[in-house]
Design a protein around this ligand. Sequence first.
Ligand code: SF4
Length: 183
Amino acid sequence: MQTSVNIHPDNQPEGHEGAGFFATTLDKAVGLARANSLWPLPFATSCCGIEFMATMASTYDLARFGSERLSFSPRQADLLMVMGTISKKMAPVLRQVYEQMAEPKWVLSMGACASSGGIFDTYSVLQGIDRVIPVDVYIPGCPPRPEQVLDGILKIQELAKNEGTKRRQTPEYQAKLAAYGLE
Ligand code: SF4
C-alpha cells in the first residue's frame, strides 16, 4: 500500500510543489541557506559580551538558529556582532575586521555602547560604530537581554533571506559603502 508523506518545513520559501518535487527561485534557495547558517564573529569588548555568552549557552541556545559556529577569523565569518564600548583607538581595528570579511556580510550592533557610545560621552569613546562601518541591525538596551539578541539575529536572518543574491551589486549598496569610503 502506498502512503504519502507531507513535509512542510518551517520557513519554506514560496515555490511550486507537487508529488515528489519542490521548485523555487535561486534567490530564495540561497537566501534560505544563508539565513540559517550565519557564522557570527563576536567583537566583544565589555559587559554586553557577557550577555552574548548567555545567549550562546543552553537556556537560550543560539544554535537553534544555525549560528552556533562562532568565528574569530573575519575571513570565515559573515555576521559581525559588535558588543561593548568601542574606543576611538579601537575603531580602526573594527573597521579592518569588517573589511577583511567577505561578502555577503551583515553587521549587528548590540547594546547602547556599540550603537551610540552609551553613557560614555567622553573624548575617548566612539559615539556609535556606524561612524566607521555600516550597521544593518541595532539592538537597544544596557545590556540587552538574550531575547533581544535572538530578535536581532532573526532580523538579520530576514535581511539575508530577502535581499537576493544581487543586492550587494545594487547602486544603493555601492553608495552605502562609498559613504564610508569602502569598496
Ligand atoms: S551597553 Fe551597557 S551592558 Fe553593554 S557594554 Fe555598554 S555599559 Fe556594558
